[in-house]
Structure formats: structure tokens, C-alpha cells
Design a protein around this ligand. Structure first.
Ligand code: GCV
Length: 616
């Protein structure tokens, strides 16, 4: 069995032949191989309508099922029906489904040298040694996993476009077209990240978006790109962010910068996905006025309504950078006249590197509850794939890709427990009791990780650059705008109107919830407030005791999870990997617990009420 099949598609045994070029052919192929495995007595009929539409209708009566819909929709329907049958679910008598968002994107941060920025599961599936290098079967498998949960866009290269990745839209267009052809039968279209200063590699002396020579270069380049890949979704751009080039160099704002590219893409039906991860990464840590989370709102909100209609602003879920817990990015609630996409990070950069378990469904649910699913029109997520035998680094990290697909399909129905349970059933098919154990571990994993690392909204206590392991002061005196400002008496930053004012960027209800100490959730208390160590929390514990307790409890959870996982009947290959990762997670949790607790003990001088060891 190919490794990839292990994760939620256990009923597939054969690779999809390269000759199959339409979603309907793929749908028939998948059905033919899987139906005898999942429901040998069932008769399934496909009724594609010949359009590229993504909806599907499932009708079932007795042993007969009909799946109708658009050609891609029928493929989605087949995967859904196969998964439901495998899980023993009753099929609906008549149900139509269609995705909430037209763009359900996976962003790969793959570099042309084969390295993956923030990749924790091996090397690139697309590139090696400065050029395209891929195994078509493996890409087909990735496309298939995407289609099985309704994901439909893959951006194949890193948003930090490092030489020679700019060649993707230049002399590598024939190869790009070949990769697009591999993904196409699965309803997956490609997108590429481009370098804003790309014209300057070709004799244009500037990248000023208002300069005609720049505009002409992009207009001509887009003609070539779309001649090679007519269904390319468009370009993804990281500009003026972390030293990437952008319009600010020329005194232009980001509407002027984005619109220039959007106009070049528009005649071809292309979209411009413009990332809003823009902040001052050369801050003086002594500067208490500049507050990094406020940056994106300040750069973009005043431009609402000024973007071309094929521009989508892609905004990270939180205003910092994929920390273990963050409030919703306020700019997502402040641009009603602009198309917005939310960006998640499946790659566990700050959340355990796919060594520690961290299932993301709970976070999605919380953020979407504050956002409302109609506020945005697309979703993106940084991929957690690589060329490891276990594509996801940790087998359990696969639940994040699986769940992300379901989230994009219908965020209002993306129940964390249902996602975890379905994934567990498809992947391991345990007894109910064992499945419950696994599901509980997945659902609890996020809060456990938060507890032994940086609870209460602390953020940024990771080892600099690597972002795994504890270093409470590692980012404290740096230029990145990442401070907790712990002192002898207190910790945290006042972000209310009496402090940096960041909380005022939210609509009144959220602003008040966060600004008021009583209503601000414990998990974000130190995100929004500076508190003394003897501050008494709602449950009667002091802040310092809560910090100690969380760390010890987080570690204890890991110890208990290891014991529970050790007796679950995982397939051999997974078992070894899971237990190996678990022992690393335990070591990591121990380090975090002791380092952070000692850090605060040294400041506060307060002993742990329960007498557990704190180190001087
Ligand atoms: C792709 C963080 C990461 C970077 C990443 C950046 C981004 O800063 O550490 O590796 O760069 O976010 O999202 O652009």
C-alpha cells in the first residue's frame, strides 16, 4: 500500500493511471476499486452534467445510490460516499452539497532547492536542486487527497520567492504546465508565488507599480503564463514583508501595488492573492508604542474598496503569526468592500513541528465563531506535506489537512469532534473504546500544548528562528516586535485603550470583551493585559500559580497520553513513529515546563503552592 493511502483513504489500493484526464474518469476509477471493499452489494451510478461545477447530489434508496452534479462535483461526491460507507454511515436519501468558498487553497512553502520553509515532514514533492523534480504518482496522490476533502487550489512554491523560483513563470512554464496537467483531473488548479521585483531581472530598472515599463512587463508575462497554463488560478504575493520587495519602496500603497498585478492577470481570468503579513520587523524593543499586531489593520483598512475585483487579501488568522493562541485578526472584520481570505498554518511552525500533537480544529472553530463564515470568500492554509514516508511527519498531523478540507467546504458544519472521529475511523478503524481514546487525545492536544508552552496568551517564548523548544526571552530583546515584557512584578502588554490601543481595532463587542479584564477569556488575558503575578484569576488562583499549574498539567497530559497511545493497536509502521514522536514530545514538554516555570520563579520569587520543583 502506498503510504499516503493510510491517511483517511484506506479503501484505495491502486494509483490513478496517468491516462485518466477527466474528473469523471477518475471518479469511475475510484469507485470501481473501492466499492467492492467498502460496500460490495451497493450499486452506485454517476450522473455528471458535463460542467466544471463543484456541487453534487447524493440520492440513495435501498442498495442504489446516484451521485449527480458537475464533473468535479461528482468526483467529490464519490469520495464522500466512499468515506461514509467505510465509516458505516447511512447515506442521505436526497442531499445536495456545494462548497462554501470557491477557492480552497493549500500553500506550499517549497523552495526550488527542495527545502521547505517551515517544513517538518521531509523535502519538497515538487522541486530539488534548483529545478522541478517530482514523482508524478506522488503528486497524483496529493491531488487525490486534496480532492477527497474538496480542496481545489495548490500554490506550489514558497511565498518567499528565492532564486531560481522566479523561473516558474518564465522559462519553467512547460514544466509548470505538466504539473498543472497532473492535478487537473482531480479538480485541483495551480497557483504560483511571484517575486514583486521580478521585472528588474529583465532590464526594467524599477518595480514601481505605477511605472509603465513595469506594467508592460507583467502584462506580457501574464500572456505567456496563461498560454502555458490557461487555468492557473493566479499569483500569490508576499510584498513589503520580512525584507521582500514591494510597492513601499516606491512610495506606493498596497492597493496601488496589488492592482497593477491584478490588471495584468484580469484578461486571463486570473486572481491576485495578496498577503497582508506586513509589519515592522526592525523594531526597537525599547519602543513601547509600536505594537506589531496593530500593523496589518493600519496598512490595509483605509484602502477598503480600492482594490480591483480580482484581488483577494489573504490574512493570517491572528494578528501576530500563527502563535499557539491568538485572537482573530481585526482587519478581517474591518474591510467589507474587499475580498478576503483567511490563512491558517497546517505546518506546525509554532505548534510543535509535527513532533508534538496539535490538532487544529478547536482553533478553527473559535476563530470562525468570531469571524462569521460570510465575512471571507476564500481560505488558504500553509501545507504540512513533505516527501517523508509519512507525508505529514506525524501520522496525527494528517487530521489537520483532512479537517482543513472539511472546514473550507463548510465552516459552519466543521465540528471538531466529528472531524477527529471520522478521520480516526478512516485511518485506523479501531474499536469504539480505542477510537474514543484517540479522539480525546486529538481534541485535547491543542490546549495541552498551549499549557506546557505559553498559556494565557503569552506567545513568542519559542527558540528563535527554529521555533521549537522553550526560550522565554529568546525574542524579547530583538527587532521582531515580539515581546511579553516580563518583569519582577508583572507580565504581558496592555493592549486596551489605556495601553497600545490595539483592542480598539475590533468592533465594539469584541473590543469590550477583550478590554474588560473580567470578560477577557483566560486564554488571552496576557495578550490584552499586563497583570501582576498576584492578580487573582476568576477561579481564585493567582496568575503566577496559574502559570505554574498550566505547565505542570500540560506535561502531565503528555505523560498520560503516551501511556494511552502505547496500548492502542496502531499498524506497526505508525506505532513506531507515533511512539518515537511521543517520546520527543515528552522531552520537549518537560523542558518547556521547567524552563518557563523557572523563568517566572526567578522574577517573582513565588514558590509553587503545591511544592513542585522550580529551579533557581
Ligand atoms: C514564509 C513567519 C515564518 C516565515 C514565513 C512568514 C510568512 O515569519 O517564520 O518562515 O515565511 O511567517 O508567513 O511569510
Amino acid at each position: 500500500m502506498r503510504d499516503e493511502f493510510r491517511y483517511w483513504l484506506p479503501f484505495l489500493t491502486k494509483d490513478v493511471p496517468a491516462e485518466l484526464t477527466s474528473p469523471v474518469d477518475v471518479a469511475r476509477f475510484e469507485l470501481a476499486q473501492a466499492l467492492p471493499v467498502v460496500a460490495a452489494d451497493m450499486k452506485v451510478e454517476l450522473q455528471p452534467d458535463g460542467t466544471a461545477s463543484e456541487f453534487f447530489t447524493v440520492r440513495s434508496e435501498g442498495d442504489t445510490v446516484t451521485i449527480s452534479g458537475g464533473d468535479v462535483g461528482v468526483l467529490y461526491g464519490v469520495y464522500r460516499v466512499l468515506m461514509a460507507l467505510y465509516c458505516g454511515e447511512k447515506l442521505p436519501s436526497d442531499q445536495t452539497q456545494q462548497p462554501k468558498y470557491a477557492l480552497r487553497m493549500v500553500n506550499c512553502w517549497d523552495n526550488a532547492d527542495g527545502d521547505i520553509e517551515r517544513g517538518y515532514s521531509g523535502r519538497s514533492l515538487f522541486f530539488d536542486d534548483g529545478m522541478f523534480d517530482y514523482e508524478p504518482e506522488r503528486l497524483r496522490m496529493m491531488a487525490r487527497m486534496m480532492a477527497s476533502v474538496g480542496l481545489n487550489v495548490a500554490c506550489i512554491n514558497n511565498v518567499n520567492v528565492r532564486n531560481p523560483a522566479h523561473r516558474l513563470i518564465e522559462d519553467w512554464l512547460p514544466e509548470l504546465a505538466e504539473v498543472a496537467a497532473i492535478f487537473r483531473p482531480f479538480g485541483v488548479k495551480l497557483m504560483v508565488s511571484i517575486d514583486y521585483s521580478q521585472p528588474m531581472r529583465h532590464g526594467v530598472p524599477t518595480a514601481d507599480p505605477l511605472d509603465e515599463r513595469v506594467q508592460n512587463w507583467w502584462n506580457e508575462q501574464c500572456k505567456l503564463v496563461y498560454a502555458a497554463v490557461p487555468d492557473l488560478v493566479g499569483f500569490l504575493v508576499k510584498a513589503d514583508s520580512e525584507h521582500r520587495p514591494g510597492p513601499f519602496t516606491y512610495g506606493r500603497n498596497h492597493a496601488e501595488g496589488a492592482n497593477m498585478l491584478a490588471r495584468a492577470l484580469k484578461p486571463h481570468g486570473g486572481k491576485l492573492i495578496w498577503r497582508c503579513f506586513v509589519y515592522n520587523c526592525q523594531q526597537d524593543w525599547r519602543d513601547q508604542k509600536t505594537d506589531r499586531p496593530a500593523a496589518a489593520y493600519n496598512h490595509y483598512v483605509y484602502l477598503d474598496g480600492q482594490f480591483e475585483d480580482n484581488v483577494i487579501l489573504q490574512v493570517k488568522n491572528g494578528p501576530f503569526d500563527f502563535q499557539v493562541r491568538e485572537p482573530l485578526s481585526p482587519m478581517l472584520l474591518a474591510m467589507p468592500k474587499t475580498s478576503l481570505a483567511i490563512e491558517w498554518q497546517l505546518a506546525q511552525e509554532y505548534t510543535g513541528h509535527q513532533i508534538d500533537i496539535y490538532a487544529m480544529m478547536g482553533m478553527w472553530q473559535e476563530v470562525m465563531a468570531d469571524l462569521g463564515s460570510d465575512t471571507i470568500m476564500a481560505m488558504a492554509a500553509v501545507s504540512n506535506w513533505g516527501d517523508d514516508a509519512c507525508v505529514y511527519g506525524h501520522p496525527f498531523a494528517a487530521v489537520n489537512m483532512f479537517g482543513y478540507g472539511l472546514l473550507c467546504w463548510n465552516p459552519d458544519a466543521a465540528d471538531p469532534e466529528a472531524i477527529a472521529r471520522t478521520w480516526a475511523k478512516l485511518t485506523y478503524n479501531f474499536s469504539k473504546a480505542d477510537e474514543d481514546t484517540l479522539v480525546d487525545i486529538l481534541l485535547e492536544s491543542r490546549c495541552a500544548y498551549e499549557k506546557y508552552t505559553s498559556p494565557l496568551g503569552l506567545c513568542w517564548m519559542v527558540t528563535p528562528h527554529v521555533h521549537y523548544g522553550a526560550s522565554p526571552d529568546g525574542y524579547e530583546y530583538t527587532a521582531w516586535g515580539t515581546y511579553h515584557r516580563a518583569s519582577r512584578d508583572a507580565v504581558g502588554i496592555d493592549r486596551t485603550s489605556s495601553g497600545t490601543g490595539y483592542a480598539d481595532q475590533y468592533p465594539a463587542a469584541l473590543r469590550d470583551r477583550y478590554s474588560n479584564l473580567e470578560t477577557c477569556p483566560d486564554e488571552l488575558k496576557l495578550w490584552f493585559h499586563r497583570l501582576r503575578y498576584d492578580y487573582v484569576m476568576a477561579d481564585g488562583r493567582t496568575l503566577i500559580q496559574r502559570i505554574y499549574d498550566d505547565h505542570f498539567e500540560g506535561y502531565d497530559w503528555v505523560v498520560a497520553a503516551e501511556e494511552k497511545l502505547a496500548v492502542l493497536p496502531f499498524p506497526e509502521a505508525d506505532k513506531a513513529l507515533i511512539m518515537e514522536r511521543m517520546s520527543r514530545q515528552k522531552k520537549n514538554a518537560r523542558e518547556w515546563c521547567d524552563i518557563v516555570n523557572s523563568f517566572f520563579y526567578r522574577f517573582s520569587g513565588v514558590e509553587d503552592a503545591k511544592g513542585r520543583p522550580l529551579y533557581i
